[in-house]
Design a protein around this ligand. Structure first.
Ligand SMILES: [Zn+2]
Ligand SMILES: [Zn+2]
Length: 372
């Protein structure tokens, strides 16, 4: 009896640990985020303590920063990192500063740290050691501290794209996420921004297995070597063509409508803004150093950024050509329903997730043990 119950407990725990798709936290509007969820600590807040750190110094947290820079392609070394501000770190920071249009100082000056702690996409800026963001472009002119380059869109190495015979793409959602139509509608709008400027079309299908593009919310380690990190930090990631996988961090406080710029919660993230960016990756765009481009890697929380910039449009049209009905405007505004969630949902919020499921499993498991 004891063995059976312990086994049942183990099965319950392992099921919820391996069942990574999460029903993420969605909020119809900013006022519906409960105060207890308004955590002030994002995944990278501790980096703020490193502000003012210089080469040659030693400081707690520099090893973690090196791991961060390694993840996004700025450090190639795979050795165990120390808390020393060594020359490799200085070089990585200089490259980072070029890509983000910062003064190239090699120091952890306040502007650099402020950029580093911003929520961002989990896709690396430098893939397989190469990039055509600022740091990989030809320098036009430079002085001691600032390098001027011509910035524009980038592609993944090898310039992968969807083949000519498959430009009418289908997309589907992880069934386990049990997304509402309002949340799915956010992605429909995000796709429409890209189809407006290219000959690509996007059609929702119920079959995840058959879909070209597979969208899901996950928490923590979810089996692709790119674990999510909880609140803020990395928000989402997507894979280059023709993988079709788009993953979002189920631990974020996703706002699906309402004016997010009025949010006082530091953790509120606009779902459509992130969706438009990640779809760019699904189609073959890499990160751009152009700050107003959708494909810029970071987005401050409480920010809405959903319209393609000319940089994004030129990039995607280089891959797929233009939409015959595209009028050349740089605006891709679509009929938006900024406030529809207010009326659809009222103030109710759907709060669930695999962590909640995990806690329930733990409770059920311990319940079983207590019955013994
Ligand atoms: Zn990205
Ligand atoms: Zn993933």
């Amino acid at each position: 009896m004891r063995i059976i119950c312990l086994f049942a407990f183990a099965v319950a725990v392992s099921f919820f640990l391996s069942s990574t798709p999460a029903s993420a936290r969605f909020f119809p509007n900013i006022t519906s985020i409960p105060p207890w969820l308004n955590a002030t600590h994002g995944a990278w807040d501790s980096f703020r303590n490193l502000s003012g750190c210089h080469p040659g110094e030693k400081a707690d947290g520099l090893s973690k920063l090196k791991n961060y820079l390694k993840h996004f392609g700025y450090i190639n070394s795979s050795s165990n990192f120390t808390d020393d501000f060594d020359s490799d770190l200085k070089t990585a920071i200089e490259t980072y500063q070029k890509n983000f249009n910062l003064n190239v100082t090699g120091d952890l000056d306040p502007e650099t740290v402020q950029q580093i702690v911003r929520p961002r996409c989990g896709v690396a800026d430098i893939v397989n050691g190469s990039t055509t963001m600022n740091s990989g472009k030809t320098t036009q002119s430079s002085n001691a501290t600032h390098i001027h380059t011509v910035s524009h869109y980038t592609f993944f190495p090898g310039k992968p794209r969807w083949p000519q015979y498959n430009r009418d793409l289908t997309y589907a959602f992880q069934p386990e996420n049990e997304l509402t139509d309002v949340v799915k509608g956010v992605f429909t709008r995000a796709f429409s921004r890209w189809s407006a400027v290219t000959a690509l079309t996007f059609t929702q299908t119920d079959s995840l297995a058959d879909a070209d593009l597979k969208i899901g919310f996950f928490v923590g380690d979810h089996g692709d070597g790119e674990p999510f990190d909880g609140l803020l930090g990395t928000l989402a990631h997507a894979f280059s063509p023709t993988s079709g996988r788009l993953h979002l961090d189920g631990d974020e406080n996703w706002v699906v409508s309402s004016d997010i710029t009025e949010a006082t919660e530091t953790s509120a993230v606009d779902l459509e803004s992130v969706a438009v960016h990640e779809i760019g990756h699904l189609l073959g765009l890499g990160h751009s150093s152009v700050e107003n481009a959708i494909m810029y890697p970071t987005i401050p929380s409480r920010t809405r950024k959903v319209e393609l910039a000319s940089d994004d449009i030129l990039g995607i049209q280089e891959l797929y050509g233009t939409n015959p009905s595209y009028n050349g405007s740089t605006s891709t505004t679509t009929p938006s329903s900024e406030n529809e969630g207010d009326t659809v949902y009222g103030s109710s919020a759907q709060i669930s997730g695999s962590l909640w499921g995990f806690k329930a499993a733990m409770a059920a498991g311990f319940g079983l043990l207590l019955v013994l």
